[in-house]
Structures are given as structure tokens and as C-alpha cells.
Ligand binder design. Structure first.
Ligand SMILES: NC(=O)c1ccc[n+]([C@@H]2O[C@H](COP(=O)([O-])OP(=O)(O)OC[C@H]3O[C@@H](n4cnc5c(N)ncnc54)[C@H](OP(=O)(O)O)[C@@H]3O)[C@@H](O)[C@H]2O)c1
Length: 286
């Protein structure tokens, strides 16, 4: 298949470009190639690349910044997706939209694919609006929600904790938010599976298991050979943020299992693999 990846310089987009290259003809675009909020730009990109499928990783991902720049965030997440959905509809290409656990409010013990969207921050609202646009497409589409992503990108939680362990004695990390940490490499494999199979619908793609940020940080310490006791739990109130975060945004998955996607490795296994990758010196963003 000819696959167009948006956000191909971002953490997930870059990984998808590399991971799917053995089986597909890959083309990537990022902001430097044109702003996807402009319909004309999207028309030109789709006409020029003539994809069978678009993996739409580009997004406004600054969750707190979305609170102070709501219109720009809405344009980047919902507007750009609307432009792509429209061009995919005209050309017959499929669209795989990468979405987030933040479309949910975090009450309860996790969310299933069919649960009602109920975002508690503006970033979540923009992604929820984009999901509605994708769901209304007459042609082939997929919504793949993921969460707590880490991988070869400029900033992520694993890199931050690894750095702080080198520079501070004790760390206090939030213990009252739970989610499903996800390695971009494993998510890229799920994307490859969904796109190759042309499956339609909403899917939840994360590594297996769940954690609080505190538990994740302790595992990172173990993986770095540091004493995990140097990391102490604290409530979210110790780190006030512009955007409210869902307390428990675990993504339960049954639709991936139904279409025969292989079981995902545990998040602990994924963290250790990423730390080994960082140590290998091969990372674009060490
Ligand atoms: N990171 C997470 O924890 C997480 C969790 C759940 C879901 N997701 C979703 O997963 C996907 C990938 O996330 P990521 O962390 O890989 O993102 P990322 O590293 O921030 O990459 C996103 C890319 O999109 C580009 N972009 C932004 N606005 C654009 C526009 N208007 N036109 C063209 N390109 C634009 C960005 O360019 P600039 O950098 O130059 O702005 C960046 O290269 C996103 O859809 C995100 O919502 C992420």
C-alpha cells in the first residue's frame, strides 16, 4: 500500500515511517511541508502523494498550551482532521486517526472503545471533535486511541525521569493518575496491523497493564539501575497544571483482539526496551 504519514517528524510519526517501511511505500509530511489546517495544502499533499491510506499522527500535543490557545489547538486537531477526512473521502483513501485517552473524563476504572466521549480539558475536546469527524466518513476509517506515549521523540516522561535521576537525589511523582503507558514502537506495529487489514472502527492500542506516574517512574529507575526508593509518591495537587488530567484513563481493549491483533507486551517490558534503545546510542532524540 502507499501510506502517507502526517506528523512524520514527531515521536510516533517517525516510528511509523520506519516500522512500516518493509511492507509499504511510505511518504511522510510534517509542518515544514505545509500546515494541515489549510484545506488547499491538504488537497495538494493528497493529490501529490496519492495514498491508499493516511496515518494521521500530526497533532497539537501540548495539553496545557491548548488551554491558553484553544482556537489554534482546535484548528490543528479537528480542522486538520476535517481537511484530511474530506480529501480521503474524495480520493477513496482510508484514514487512520490517532487519538487519545484524554477524550474520557477519567472517572471509574477505565474505558472501553464504545464508551461515550467526555473530555475534561480542551486538548481532549479537540481530539473528541476530530473523532466525530472521522466517524462520519463514508469511506474507510480507523480511530486508534492510545495513551502515555513514549519513544524516540524530543520530550517524553521516560527521558525526563531518566534525566532527573542523574541530576537529583529524590523525586516526587504523582500517584493519583493511572493510565496505560505505551511504547511508540509497539503502537506502530498495531497501526501496521490495522492499516494492512483495512479494519474499520474504534480501537484502543496501548501496552498491556496499567500504572500510576509514580509506578512508571519507579520502573524507569529500576531500568536505569537507580534505587527506586529515591522516587516518592505525591498527589497531583503538588504539580498544578493549566489543564485538568483524567484520574484514571486506562484504555480497555477488546476490538483489537476481535480482529486478531497479537497481544501487546507489558508496559514494563516496553520501558526496559526503550531504555536499552536510549543506551544503544541509536536514538535520533537521545
Ligand atoms: N504523546 C502522548 O503521550 C500521546 C498520548 C495519546 C495520544 N497521542 C496522540 O498521538 C499522536 C502522535 O503524538 P506524538 O507525541 O508523536 O506527537 P508529536 O511528537 O508532537 O508530533 C506531532 C507532529 O505534528 C506536527 N504538527 C502539529 N501541528 C501541525 C499542523 N497544523 N500541520 C502539520 N503538522 C503539524 C508537529 O510539528 P511541530 O512539532 O513543529 O509543531 C509534530 O512534528 C497525536 O495524534 C497525539 O494526539 C499522544
Amino acid at each position: 500500500m502507499k501510506i502517507l504519514v502526517t506528523g512524520s517528524e514527531g515521536m510516533l510519526g517517525r516510528t511509523v515511517m520506519r516500522r512500516l517501511a518493509d511492507d509499504h511505500v511510505m511518504t511522510g509530511v510534517d509542518l515544514a511541508d505545509g500546515d494541515l489546517t489549510d484545506p488547499r495544502t491538504v488537497k495538494d499533499i493528497v493529490a501529490r502523494t496519492a495514498p491508499d491510506w493516511v496515518v494521521h499522527c500530526a497533532a497539537w500535543t501540548d495539553v496545557d498550551g491548548a488551554e491558553s490557545s484553544p482556537d489554534q489547538a482546535m484548528a490543528a486537531n479537528a480542522g486538520a482532521t476535517e481537511n484530511l477526512a474530506s480529501e480521503c473521502g474524495l480520493s477513496g483513501a482510508g484514514l487512520c486517526f490517532i487519538s487519545t485517552d484524554y477524550v474520557f473524563d477519567g472517572r471509574g476504572d477505565g474505558f472501553a472503545e464504545q464508551d461515550k466521549r467526555c473530555p475534561v480539558n480542551h486538548y481532549g475536546l479537540t481530539k473528541a471533535r476530530a473523532e466525530e469527524i472521522v466517524e462520519a466518513m463514508p469511506g474507510p476509517w480507523q480511530i486508534l486511541r492510545t495513551s502515555w506515549l513514549f519513544g524516540d521523540g524530543r520530550v517524553n516522561f521516560v527521558k525526563t525521569i531518566r534525566y532527573l535521576l542523574e541530576t537529583k537525589d529524590k523525586l516526587r511523582v504523582v500517584d493519583d493518575q493511572r493510565g496505560s503507558p505505551t511504547y511508540a514502537e509497539d503502537l506502530a506495529d498495531i497501526i501496521g496491523f490495522l492499516v494492512s487489514g483495512r479494519f474499520r472502527g474504534i480501537f484502543h492500542g496501548t501496552n498491556a497493564g496499567s500504572a500510576s506516574w509514580f509506578e512508571l517512574a519507579r520502573e524507569i529507575a529500576v531500568g536505569c539501575g537507580a534505587d527506586p526508593e529515591r522516587i516518592e509518591p505525591c498527589p497531583s495537587s503538588e504539580y498544578p497544571t493549566a489543564a485538568v488530567r483524567p484520574a484514571c484513563s486506562i484504555l480497555h481493549s477488546s476490538n483489537l483482539e476481535e480482529v486478531g491483533c497479537a497481544a501487546r507486551p507489558s508496559w514494563r517490558d516496553a520501558v526496559l526496551r526503550y531504555l536499552r534503545f536510549l543506551d544503544s546510542g541509536q536514538a535520533v532524540h537521545p
